[in-house]
Design a protein around this ligand. Sequence first.
Ligand code: ZN
Ligand code: ZN
Length: 401
Amino acid sequence: MTQLKEKVKQLSGTIAQEVVDFRRHLHAHPELSFHEYQTSAFVESTLKAKGIEVEQVKEDIAQTGLVAYVKGKNPESKVVALRADMDALPIKEQNDIPYKSQNEGVMHACGHDVHTSSLLGTASILNELRGEFEGTVKLIFQPGEELIPGGASLMIKAGILERQKPKSLFGQHVAPQIPVGKIGFRSGIYMASADEIYLTVKGKGGHAAMPDNIIDPVLIASHIIVALQQVVSRNANPKVPTVLSFGKVIAEGATNVIPNEVHVAGTFRTLNEEWRAEAKKRIKKLAEGIAESMGGTCEVKILDGYPYLENNPLLTERAMGYAQEYMGKENVIDLDIWMASEDFAYYTHHVDSCFYRLGVRNEEKGIISGVHTPTFNVDEKSLEIGSGLMAWLALKELENK
Ligand SMILES: [Zn+2]
Ligand SMILES: [Zn+2]
């Protein structure tokens, strides 16, 4: 086994430059969610050039999704799956780098270029080692992580977890807060569900000097925003983290004009599916009730986002052990709960899964920007680590009964 580990490390070193080149190509040519046509074609041609079997997911469902297989000995015996997301964000890149985005206003600011190129590297490594393992490694390249309903949910609907059902699934995400060379895990619930809340508060506008002739939707909306916080502070179980934030309030009146309506938008996040459903009912009832009591109306539209993400505890424990073996104990760290959301969560509700974080930070090189910012970047040493570690996790997990 030590020998196999050395082989994985050696192969990840040999292909490191190629993986960096993949990443730079993808970084320079980012595509928005569900429009990853060139990215998908690049992934497909790269895999095929290596002789890896590629299956196209039905176009009308997941659009650009791909599933590929690296088959070892006795390929039907066991399947382990690895996932990468391929989409970029509507952000104008501000990095001054030779591989800067050539698609104005679109940027790989969440590191999905790293995930995709790293998984191509992992595929290469496993393909070289296919005489040395039993079973099949299923590679999932999915579209649209950044946009509801999430590429993961569409890939699942397309049946990718049914054909050659995996016993375990791994996904990685860049972590700009973790130094390059380190990997972070959290067992159990790790990330939040996220639903989008849209309120349209209607009243009757008019001159601000004549409040007795109007129904003020600005005041109604203000009462609703304040009152809704009691769903968090009075209804939520204090042991279940819950966040309700409104970041958008549009009342297009003036100092002396009360508008007819006000638009409010926000996000609701938590870590429990029953409470999530209950809270959304309460939000709707409270908002409608307050508006009505003040003479107006409130239309509540809730766009369901991703569920909470739960890392299977047994799989995560094994994965941490494998990672410690590969990287050294000191380089494997424990993570806190993160109230962001991620569509990998859908997979975790269907198959034993583990979503871990790849350190990409390098303060000496000034690589410190967060994801979803115009200056986000990674230390590219993370690509060699990411591709090798994922291959190692798959190999070890295939060995596990
Ligand atoms: Zn993102
Ligand atoms: Zn992401």
